[in-house]
Design a protein around this ligand. Sequence first.
Ligand SMILES: Cc1cc2nc3c(=O)[nH]c(=O)nc-3n(C[C@H](O)[C@H](O)[C@H](O)COP(=O)(O)OP(=O)(O)OC[C@H]3O[C@@H](n4cnc5c(N)ncnc54)[C@H](O)[C@@H]3O)c2cc1C
Length: 619
Amino acid sequence: MYDVIVVGAGHAGCEAAAAAAQMGRSTLLITMNLAATAQMSCNPAMGGVAKGQIVREIDALGGLSGIVTDHTMIQFRMLNRKKGPAMWSPRAQSDRLRFAETWRLLLERLPKLDFRQETVTGLCIVNDGGRRRVTGVYTGLGRKIEARTVILTNGTFLNGKIHVGEKNFSGGRSGEKAAHGLTEQLVEAGFVSGRMKTGTPPRIDGRSIDYSRLEVQAGEEPPGKFSFTDTPPLTHQIPCHIAYTNAAVHAILEEGFEASPMFSGRIQGAGPRYCPSIEDKIVRFADKDRHQLFVEPEGRNTIEVYLNGFSSSLPEDVQERALRKIEGFENAKLFRPGYAIEYDYFPPHQLHLSLETRRVENLFFAGQINGTTGYEEAAAQGIVAGINAALKVQDRPPLVLGRDQAYIGVLIDDLIHKSTDEPYRMFTSRAEYRIMLRQDNADMRLTELSYRLGLADETRYQALEEKKRECQRLENRLKTVFFTPEEINPLLESWGESPVREKTSADRLLVRPNVSLEKLRTLSATLDEYCRRQDVAESVEIAVKYAGYVEKEAEMAAKIKRLEDVALPENFNYHAVGSLSNEAKQKLTQIKPRSLGQAARISGIRPADISVLMVYIGR
Ligand SMILES: Cc1cc2nc3c(=O)[nH]c(=O)nc-3n(C[C@H](O)[C@H](O)[C@H](O)COP(=O)(O)OP(=O)(O)OC[C@H]3O[C@@H](n4cnc5c(N)ncnc54)[C@H](O)[C@@H]3O)c2cc1C
């Protein structure tokens, strides 16, 4: 009898298992192929816009994705540096093989975690006086393994079907079997399932690419990192390259449209709108005569190369011929063609905010099974499901992160209250409090919370306390270092800022857009001493510069929170409230929000509907 069984060792499953085991729960990670633990199914990269913030948050909570990324990255860049710090997003090019290997090694160090390589074909579900409850899993070899909670993280494997041109076959990922039986059992238990699709580009033999004809994209120096722990800095970066499609490439791809599973209707599921295939891009952006492609190494010691932006499910010969029309790829050899995959998912309105299913108690879903796309989104749900399964076993209330606390809170809140019928990925624009939810302050937002839950360890907590003290000392110092008009005005003028009339403190100067801490510290030895820690200097500078905006967001969050405090009973009869719109009645009945605040965020619910509910509840 385990406390927690996690099905699937993808990004969601690994984080879920690590969290539950680190919280002291006896945990079993059961997966089809242990050699494919934490496999990067698609691009060898972690982070990116909004996703980088998520990895930092997972790390701040005590998860392992950031640590694994730091140990195995081959290139680091902070995206959106030219925009405000709310948009800064770390991204790493990973070594695919080492990423998977490092995950496995870290998991194997957890004494509370057991492993089993097998396929789960069914769930043990009992009926306790009308309440369904999961009590374990059945495996393909006919074993029953019991557990108090089960977390399903099946990714793209549920009834997965792979398409390459007119060929299609059952599979969960290239070279791996699909999982059958679970969808059918869950649908029989009353769950609604849907179908989605995603795709991946061809992998190429790097020796066959003429790099001299491509643009170089180097990493940032000095490189940053993801984890707030003392992971080693990246020392030897490997460049990526940029290539472009052209009219000849497009013409060849168009020849294959007739055989395309997407255009012929053989694929029914909705695909990731923001990560379209190359054939999709040619059709949707017909006015563009070229598309940018990123040529990304798959690792430090391999010749395999990933062609980001050239995802395709056209026939292999079409992919190969089109590829060879790209400058620098005239002699390109394929390792394997791109393909599309269709799979089952479960619309996430069927979950509580804890990621436990509403229909079957103690059963949790996390990752792509909930209609998301991306490693980071999957890992984020994994750690939350792992924490909540562990808390459930201990009869403790679940962890529900607010939209003003974390991107992870936004992600789960969106999933549960808006559900999704196309692959959901995170963007900064989805977060209304994004000046508060920055990558630099994820530890300040989340580590203490996780420590209190029993996940983040003492070392992390002490490191946070030390950082807080250092930040406070620098903030105080900024208030006491003054510059006279004589010494600062010539510089202000050269930076494009208006002069000051009297002695001005460093914190007041720092609010100005063209004044940076980097510049000020060169003028004051005391200030320079307090800025030694790069992370502290960055956090304090952002906090000072954006204090006004942060305050406004906090006020707004407090206002919305007041709506969150107005509870809605789970079995409230919305159809009995005459003045609600029909759409509101239908969505509220389906989604069953727990509070007025949550009801207000459901798409299609208008402010007028909320006013009606307020009056009704008030009564
Ligand atoms: C072809 C392809 C293209 C993709 N393209 C993109 C993209 O362009 N952009 C993007 O952001 N993301 C993309 N992804 C998605 C990305 O890989 C996933 O979002 C992410 O890996 C999901 O993580 P997960 O943990 O939910 O599932 P996965 O990483 O898929 O892991 C699922 C795990 O569960 C195991 N498993 C499944 N069923 C069972 C069972 N019954 N019993 C035991 N074990 C089981 C599997 O073996 C696997 O280890 C793509 C994925 C694929 C396959």
